[in-house]
Design a protein around this ligand. Structure first.
Ligand code: PLZ
Length: 449
């Protein structure tokens, strides 16, 4: 190993450095151990084993330094081992590690909830409670909506992703790999069309109106609006392929919910915490959700998630009706406070916009001369390209291009209902030169013709 690394975090050399093939011998050895110890159901995108990470790089067990366009799936928005997070967590782990907030509470939990109540869209009276994962947040949002409305039906959208537990897997659109063989599914879940501009049959121009009309008609005719507890949507569909619903679609759905006493839940698990160039993606169209679910970017990698929403809805649930052993663990709460300070003090909302301003023009330039790039889209540091077989809209497999990037030391993720989307979620603290270098690797990897 060329460099003796003692810490992760932003002080790691911000460079791509390949000293072995990817994955290298040490990673391959560890991968073989993984194969005999961990079930094959746990798939791995890039089998390099990590020892350090920070800023825009991930360092592996062979001493390779890779450019990170994944942020652990939109989690390390503030960077890995971000200094304010490290400092707070280190202090907390020495003070106390757990009491269970429901047994004997502590201030940091309340401070995180206060911050989320203030930062999420809308200046109405809000409440927040904390859980461990995005799926758990979504499940709890549905529980609250059902309790408060006395209704059962939940409406979700094509291409939606909400988790892997029984209810959230049911709420998720895609069968393989998320649902296949795992049924029967939870009852009272209904799916309606999403305004997907690139694939809307009549083209992008009327997409918002037509999709909203179809969705609302299905709700009225097939479920009955008066039976619907909640409409649940990601403001940008994440796993589904970074699909930004055509502008105007979300406001129409919200308006319908308001008119019919339906709780509008925005799942901002992937889009939250400065990722899209807003603190929350809903802000882009001025959407104020009744309930918003957050996770991932909230705590820089420590397991934490939140349900934030109208006080009248959240306070509807009886005492003891919500909770869990670890929800709002003190280490995760301290991490969240460190994350929120970092986003604010290092102006990471602006930084996300800056990343979009670097990435989008370069990707559009690639699209001009490379016909496998069918669509370039996204906001801030949540950017994707949808790949097609040239001259058609038939999906071109993104995994093949991702593998070519990985070999060159650029970690990219795939997504999409059709598996043909490359998505880019760099840490918001990635230096510009690594963004540019990553884009150059991608440009070459896309040359398959
Ligand atoms: N809602 C919008 O993106 C998690 C899934 C990774 P958890 N997305 C990454 C995988 O393949 O399991 C996600 C999301 C949205 C909910 C979730 C679920 O969040 O923290 O993974 O439970």
């Amino acid at each position: 190993m060329s460099t003796a690394i003692t810490h992760g975090g932003p002080q790691l050399p911000q460079e791509r450095r390949l000293v072995t093939e990817i994955p290298g011998p040490r990673s391959r050895e560890l991968f073989a151990r993984k194969q005999s110890a961990v079930p094959s159901g746990i798939g791995i995108t890039l089998p390099v084993f990590v020892t350090h990470a920070g800023g825009g790089v991930i360092v592996d067990a062979d001493g390779n330094s890779l450019i990170d366009f994944g942020s652990g799936i939109a989690v390390t928005n503030v960077g890995n081992a971000a200094p304010r997070v490290v400092e707070r967590v280190q202090k907390q782990v020495a003070d106390f590690t757990h009491t269970c907030f429901m047994v004997a509470p502590y201030e940091s939990y309340v401070a995180v909830c206060e911050k989320l109540n203030a930062l999420t869209p809308g200046d109405h009276e809000k409440r927040t409670f904390l859980v461990n994962s995005g799926a758990e947040a979504v499940e709890n949002a549905v529980k609250v909506a059902r309790h408060a409305t006395g209704r059962q039906a939940v409406v979700v959208f094509d291409h939606g992703y909400h988790g892997r537990t029984l209810l959230t897997m049911t709420l998720t659109a895609k069968s393989m790999p998320y649902k296949h063989g795992f049924g029967p599914f939870a009852p009272e879940v209904y799916r309606v069309p999403l305004a997907y501009p690139f694939r809307w049959p009549t083209g992008p121009d009327n997409c918002a109106e037509e999709a909203a009309a179809q969705a609302i008609d299905m709700i009225n005719k097939q479920i009955g609006a008066e039976n619907v507890a909640a409409v649940l949507i990601e403001p940008i569909a994440g796993e589904g392929g970074f699909i930004e619903p055509a502008r105007g679609f979300l406001p129409k759905i919200v308006e319908f919910c308001r008119a019919n006493g339906i709780v509008f839940i925005a799942d901002e698990v992937q889009t939250g915490f400065a990722r899209t160039g807003h603190m929350f993606a809903c802000e882009d169209e001025g959407i104020v959700p009744d309930i918003i679910t957050t996770a991932k970017g909230i705590a820089g990698g420590l397991p934490l998630a939140a349900v934030t929403g109208r006080a009248d809805l959240l306070d509807h649930v009886h005492s003891g009706g919500l909770g869990g052993t670890y929800g709002g663990n003190p280490l995760a709460c301290e991490a969240a406070l460190g994350v929120l300070e970092t986003i604010e003090q290092d102006r990471l909302v602006e930084r996300a916009r800056h990343i979009g301003e670097i990435m989008l023009p370069r990707l559009r330039a690639i699209q001009e001369h490379n016909p496998i790039v069918g669509d370039v889209r996204g906001r801030g540091a949540m950017i994707a390209v949808e790949l097609v077989v040239p001259g058609t809209k038939d999906p071109y497999p993104a995994a093949e291009i991702a593998r070519r990037c990985h070999e060159q030391g650029l970690l990219v993720l795939t997504a999409g209902t059709y598996g043909n989307v490359l998505r880019f979620l760099p840490p918001l603290v990635i230096p510009d030169h690594l963004l540019e270098e990553g884009l150059s690797i991608l440009e070459k990897a896309l040359n398959v013709g």
